[in-house]
Design a binder for this molecule. Structure first.
Ligand code: ATP
Ligand code: MG
Length: 461
């Protein structure tokens, strides 16, 4: 009978690696994510191979077979063989020793049986091995769980999450990515043990959270797995059930954030830039700490965009998010609540602010800011939603400004400091910069065109 893997195209490089190891008397399998994705009908490029050879034996055999071999993780038994230009990770069968801190095995132990190696893997769908001739090795029912669209821990979920709490985040990530349910026992353990995610190194949590955010699934994750998300991002825990005491808000702060994340996806047809997705997740993170109440009992959050931007920088640094995303997301958060008039002047101010935070990125960021404002507006109350359509006027103005490329800094003016000194007879010094600032203002206000002749004439007047 034809097997599904008859159709699989295993990259030649992986076949070569397996053949070389097996000719030398070892056993080797493709394992983990590649097998899962191939069974789902989406084979991919990065391939992990698992073998009973020690890393030194793998290194020797594979370099003799003509691969370049890098010692990428020998403490865990891993070398990377570059074969046909493709990197293939080759790891010795291993089990993890005891975990005393929910995050690092105290030791790894190399073993002789591939089944033992599969048993230390996190979920049944990730614990399958495949061989070009021997076919599928699936001791934990991963294929059945794939068909049933289920994420299930290998073995006792409580013990597995206790060993490594990052698996809690991984369960959430895989369920969102594949659209799978988490099997009830696994889900129960996940909820009970969610708090231990806080013990995991922040950059490991950051990597999982970033993947969830970039898939556009942060809103879903907040609504479906609040315990996990609040453990991963403790700053959000205060937002949960936080009553805004405002006629403009039908949701508490946490639910509002989740709706904004979802709305950003909807407004960008699922193509939101990572900084916009991070900004949506963190835009109101400072609301609980800036809350005040007026005499009528109405809630206010004065200064929450500024403070939120600062908190977001600290959070994203901790999570090892790339700096260019941090800078852009914090700028979006900083300006998300500004009610500016729909005038060229106000739009230029906005572009100047964005260009100061992220030089050269002001136009795309302006569109992202407007998408964030739209998402924010439709996630408040029905009457606030009308603001979202007013934002179309702003989008038109940004489009207009992006065509004109207005000067946003004195360096983009059609005259420079030397012109100022010559025409005004000024000596070098701060006065020259001030004069350029005056010119920049006049151009931005539309009083002068950014044309050399006009600016020189204005200077000499
Ligand atoms: P992705 O497409 O996200 O890379 P993947 O399955 O390849 O999915 P990796 O993080 O690259 O995931 O890990 C490779 C394999 O290693 C997994 O399929 C799983 O078998 C195992 N694994 C990874 N992390 C853990 C963990 N924390 N606990 C147990 N097994 C793990
Ligand atoms: Mg992988």
């Amino acid at each position: 009978m034809a097997q599904p893997w008859d159709k699989w195209i295993v990259p030649l490089a992986a076949r070569r690696v397996i053949q070389a190891l097996e000719h030398a008397g070892f056993e080797a399998w493709v394992v983990g994510g590649w097998v899962r994705d191939a069974l789902l009908g989406m084979p991919r490029h990065d391939i992990d191979v698992t073998t009973d050879a020690t890393w030194q034996e793998s290194a020797l055999v594979l370099s003799e077979a003509g691969c370049a071999v890098c010692q990428t993780g020998t403490a865990h038994g891993t070398v990377t063989a570059v074969c046909e230009g493709e990197p293939i990770e080759v790891t010795t069968y291993r089990v993890d020793g005891a975990y005393s801190d929910h995050r690092h095995p105290d030791e790894v132990r190399f073993v002789r049986d591939v089944r033992e190696d599969l048993a230390r893997r996190d979920f049944t769908i990730n614990a399958m091995a495949w061989h070009p001739e021997r076919g599928l090795l699936d001791p934990f029912g991963g294929e059945k769980d794939l068909q049933a669209c289920v994420i299930r821990a290998v073995g006792d979920p409580q013990r597995r999450f206790d060993e490594d709490a990052l698996r809690i985040m991984r369960a959430v990530r895989f369920s969102l990515r594949l659209g799978f349910e988490i099997e009830p026992r696994t889900q129960g353990a996940l909820r009970r043990q969610a708090a231990s995610v806080a013990d995991v190194a922040s950059e490991r949590v950051g990597k999982e959270l970033d993947a969830i955010v970039r898939m556009g699934k942060a809103g879903r994750a907040l609504l479906d797995q609040p315990e996990v998300m609040c453990a991963a991002l403790p700053e959000l825990a205060m937002a949960r059930d936080f009553d805004q005491r405002s006629v403009y808000h039908i949701y508490d702060v946490y639910e509002h954030i989740a709706h904004v994340c979802n709305a950003v996806q909807a407004f960008t047809a699922g193509l939101a830039a990572p900084e916009l997705q991070w900004a949506a997740l963190l835009h109101d993170v400072a609301k609980p700490v800036t809350y005040s109440e007026d005499v009528e009992g109405h809630g206010h959050f004065f200064g929450h965009p500024q403070q939120g931007a600062q908190m977001a920088v600290a959070i994203m640094h901790r999570m090892a998010i790339p700096t260019e995303i941090i800078d852009a997301a914090s700028a979006l958060i900083r300006w998300h609540d500004d009610r500016i008039p729909a005038t060229v002047r106000a739009i230029r101010r906005m572009l100047v602010n964005l260009s100061k935070a992220c030089p050269g990125r002001e136009i795309p960021l302006a569109y992202e800011l407007l998408d964030l404002c739209r998402a924010d507006a439709v996630s408040k109350c029905p009457s606030a939603a009308s603001w979202a359509s007013k934002l179309d006027d702003y989008t038109r103005l940004v489009r207009q400004e992006s065509r004109h490329e207005p000067p946003l800094t004195t360096r983009q003016l059609a005259v420079n400091g030397a012109d100022v000194m010559r025409v005004c007879g000024m000596a070098p010094g701060p006065g020259v910069g001030m004069q350029l600032e005056v010119l920049l203002n006049a151009v931005m206000e539309g009083e002068l065109p950014n044309e050399r002749e006009a600016l020189l004439a204005w200077l000499s007047a």
